[in-house]
Design a protein around this ligand. Sequence first.
Ligand SMILES: *Cc1c(COP(=O)(O)O)cnc(C)c1O
Length: 453
Amino acid sequence: MQLLIDCHKDTKSQRNSLEPLCLRGKKEKMNYQNTLEFAKELDANDSLKDFRQKFFLPQHEGKDCIYFTGNSLGLQAKTTSQYVQQELDDWAKLGVEGHFHARKPWMPYHEIFPKQLSAIVGCRENEVVVMNSLTVNLHLLMVSFYRPTKTRYKIICEAKAFPSDQYAFETQAKYHGFNPGDAVIEVSPREGEYTLRKEDIISAIHQHGDSVAVVLFGGVNYYTGQLFDMKAITEAAHAVGAYAGYDLAHAAGNVELQLHDWKVDFACWCSYKYLNSGPGGIAGVYINEKHVANADLPRFAGWWGYKKETRFKMQKGFDPISTAEGWQLSNAPVLSMAAHKASLDIFEEAGMERLHEKRKKLVDYLLFIIDDCNSKTSEKIIEVITPAEDKERGCQVSMLMLKNGKEIFTQLTRQGVIADWREPNVIRVAPVPLYNSFEDIYRFGNIISSIIK
Ligand SMILES: *Cc1c(COP(=O)(O)O)cnc(C)c1O
């Protein structure tokens, strides 16, 4: 066992070793053990183990819940209230003067985000802005990037995209006078499969060719947990002359993103899932550098997108900021942004590289534990529909329950596991590297095993 732990720790030499990655993964999995002692060893060797203490964990019978819904609402950092309180105090003390004299002045408050966010989504600082909420931003981006013509009017997306996205696509198509049945093209998994094949996505894009206006995928599908190959999808979209955009609600703060290098045109995400910034929190937008300075790109504008030097001349004629900030409408909602800042400071301290490394190990261990639970029942109860390949998933593992799903879910809840249920029969669990432990996963396995026995 000691040997295995050492090899887990020593990721640098792992990366440099000549052994193929797939084999390495298999070997590690083979060595995993479904014991408390083993899980505790993994935790002891986890360089991020102290980060759990930075968050409030919901309690169940005097103990930490097993919180596996960071994909739905991330936990509150213990520092969040201080960040928000600071703004309340400055407001109390300064009133309107807080716009200039608050400790973090409110007028340029949003300017504190691009540095940290660009590290999380992989872009330049002028390509990212924090504003509004997710679905609002999706619509605003479609105003700029979905401008259909008679011949080029299609939106290509994944089947079973998150409902809010489906409604956005449908109503955008209608708004432009198109029948959503013709304009919105959903790429579905093959018969008997749960997730999409990359080649099917690419060939759908090529098949619809120059009738495609925009390819708009989730980065990670909310239901299956499948991570799409955004680089390849973007290339295919560009090859047919379409824009490529992504809803990163389940990807931001979760998986590796290189939006700029992948030449993604635009993207948006919420901050309350993996980014732990509070219910309904302020959302994020990315717009590629090649578009941000294009003042002719149509948009729905507001005064906060106006050039800062001349904004307060309050003159006619919209003159946009030549960065992603040019898409802002309103002045900064500082209370919500303060919570976001508290969270991003923690992300910066942890570092994305360490988070990605731990995420992969957590999910590997979870898959091993689920396998082990399955092996102890006479018939298979749990089918994991999330792709097995590491590069096709993030934190989330979606378990299709082949029998008594709802009952098992209810039992899990009673025993202090906070997971989530998605109709008709999927339980989603997402161990997140900032605050979940290997022990959480071991305990989860223990509980689910005792339920399905
Ligand atoms: C969570 C989520 C949403 C939610 O949208 P809001 O506007 O924040 O309510 C939208 N799309 C996707 C893909 C999501 O995962």
